[in-house]
Ligand binder design. Structure first.
Ligand SMILES: Cc1cc2nc3c(=O)[nH]c(=O)nc-3n(C[C@H](O)[C@H](O)[C@H](O)COP(=O)(O)OP(=O)(O)OC[C@H]3O[C@@H](n4cnc5c(N)ncnc54)[C@H](O)[C@@H]3O)c2cc1C
Length: 327
């Protein structure tokens, strides 16, 4: 499948790149590793006139320990670079595991952190060739006001499959967005929208330049289920963090991924663990609550009944693992 025609811009500095984004407005698309974007371009889901690559901007590739004990990660770091980072593996093992689980080694060599966080949402009806899509009406993602997944929906239900997103929320991380107008920091918990088309709060002309992780607190785990490791996106992911002891947690954060257009914070399940501690009984109750709180499940890539069972099993297993991690 051929790529559509485009002009490739490779600015040497961030300022030059931001100016290019401002000049070309909606005609420009940011490319990092291109491991997802180029496929979408071949499918004609994105046909930018200008492709702006920030790969030459060295300041976006740094891994920098912070004075407060936290860590800052440039959005241009490749997932291989992060998987090989000892400081990341030691201080934030759940994030390290999540990034290491993305695709295969070949994918991770090209893929970047920024691209993973901004990864476009996916849908079985849309992430197909143009010829395939022509056999049915368009949808919110293409040229129509229709969702093939949930016919009565007034918005797109494509799925957010970013492996880093749920665990970044659990770690209380924030992202730095830059444009010609300056920079702003946004907590990852407020970065995503529950809409498969307009799925982040990024504005026209903005780029995600880096991630800030606060000093590590407590324990966290990451769990993922995919049909084929290295090839398939997850059918479900789950990140869990707890501060304090198993008996008396000070705070609990539980987040599901790959179940809808945005990562889903499981507030009811977290409240159960916070109130009762992390033990066999509360884990079972929290897993049932997770299943119940899914609400309208996006029936994509797997039947919704399967996804509900998968959520319960992932939550139960991962919370058991979290309980057994040394305090
Ligand atoms: C075989 C295969 C398996 C895969 N498996 C997984 C998986 O298991 N889990 C997973 O999460 N992903 C998976 N992916 C998708 C993809 O490889 C990763 O999500 C990757 O991290 C995307 O990063 P990238 O740098 O290649 O992004 P790109 O493809 O360059 O960009 C992705 C999107 O993000 C935007 N973008 C990129 N960088 C920035 C930035 N700095 N600021 C703002 N917007 C930006 C682009 O405009 C584009 O919309 C897989 C892909 C393939 C081909």
């Amino acid at each position: 499948m051929q790529l559509p025609e485009f002009e490739y811009l490779r600015p040497k500095t961030l300022a030059e790149g931001l100016a290019a984004l401002a000049e070309h407005g909606p005609d420009a698309t940011i490319m990092s590793g291109g491991s997802d974007l180029l496929i979408n371009m071949k499918f004609r889901l994105d046909t930018p006139k200008y492709l702006v690559s920030f790969n030459a901007v060295q300041e976006m590739k740094a891994i920098e320990p912070q004075a407060d004990g936290g860590l800052s990660l440039g959005a241009g770091c490749t997932l291989t670079q992060l998987a090989e980072s000892e400081v990341l593996a030691e201080k934030y093992p759940a994030l390290h595991q999540a990034l290491f689980s993305v695709g295969s080694k070949h994918v991770r060599n090209a893929a970047t952190l920024g691209g993973n966080i901004c990864l476009d949402t996916r849908c079985w009806y849309t992430n197909q060739s143009e010829n395939w899509r022509e056999t049915r009406d368009g949808c919110f993602k293409t040229d129509n006001e229709l969702c093939h997944v949930i016919k009565s929906a007034d918005k797109c239900h494509a799925i957010n499959s970013s492996d880093s997103a749920p665990v970044l929320i659990v770690l209380d991380a924030s992202v730095t967005l830059a444009s010609v107008n300056g920079t702003r920091d946004v907590p990852v918990s407020e970065f995503y929208n529950n809409d498969g088309v307009d799925h982040t709060v990024m504005r026209q002309g903005e780029i995600l330049v880096g991630v800030t992780l606060p000093p590590p607190k407590g324990r966290s785990v990451y769990a993922k289920l995919a049909q084929r490791d290295g090839l398939d996106f997850a059918s479900g992911t789950f990140a869990a963090g707890i501060v304090g002891s198993n008996e008396k947690p000070e705070s609990v954060c539980l987040v599901m991924g790959s179940v809808g257009p945005e990562p889903k914070v499981l507030a009811d399940s977290a409240a159960i663990i916070k109130a009762s501690g992390l033990n066999e009984e509360s884990i079972e109750t929290a897993a049932l609550a997770a299943r119940a709180s899914l609400g309208e499940v996006t029936n994509l890539f797997t039947p919704s009944g399967y996804k509900r069972r998968l959520v319960k099993a992932l939550v139960k297993d991962a919370l058991g693992e979290l309980r057994d991690l040394q305090v």
